[in-house]
Design a protein around this ligand. Structure first.
Ligand code: ADP
Length: 160
């Protein structure tokens, strides 16, 4: 059985993330979306909210599960019995950080492979932070978010 872990903040999940998970779900028997519970990172949504949104958006994929994670992703990946960590590469600007991260993770656990995937072109320039920024100024981000996620972003902004 092939199993991969796709870690990230997913604050919130976008069509870019979803596109990657759909591609990965065709390549692996199981995909675990690992939502980082990183207390040092300021997020719009709590980890439970991020898990709930990702679960709903990815509900059509039977071989995908969503789990919140505290601690090292390589440890979580090993505990899950997975052999690969998936990361998305958008522009060249992602490369340097992702290269460092992959090298660090390989040092920590040499048996775990980091694999990179690129999204469909229409999602290659979006990130959760950019989408939130545009939404904050009432820009239309409906083409980048699931309607449920869009609604929840609007609720958060209205409550601020
Ligand atoms: P992190 O804080 O770990 O970067 P993110 O939720 O921002 O968490 O992203 C998780 C992963 O998904 C990262 O590998 C990131 O490069 C990738 N990713 C984010 N947005 C996109 C997108 N639009 N297309 C492809 N990959 C993406």
């Amino acid at each position: 059985m092939t199993k991969a872990v796709y870690p990230g903040s997913f604050d919130p999940i976008t069509h870019g993330h979803c596109d990657l998970v759909e591609r990965a779900a065709r390549q692996f028997d199981q995909v675990v979306v690992a939502i980082a519970n990183n207390i040092n990172k300021q997020t719009m949504f709590t980890v439970d909210e991020r898990v709930e949104l990702a679960e709903k958006v990815l509900a059509h994929l039977p071989n995908v599960t969503v789990i919140s994670v505290t601690g090292l992703i390589v440890d979580f990946t090993e505990q899950q019995g997975a052999t690969a960590i998936l990361r998305g590469l958008r522009a060249v600007s992602d490369f340097e950080f992702e290269f460092q991260l992959a090298s660090m993770n390989r040092n920590l656990k040499p048996d775990i492979e980091t694999l990179f995937m690129t999204p469909a072109e229409q999602y290659a320039y979006i990130s959760s932070s950019l989408v939130k920024e545009v939404a904050r100024f009432n820009g239309d981000v409906s083409m980048f978010l699931h309607p449920l996620v869009l609604e929840r972003v609007k609720q958060k902004l209205a409550a601020q």
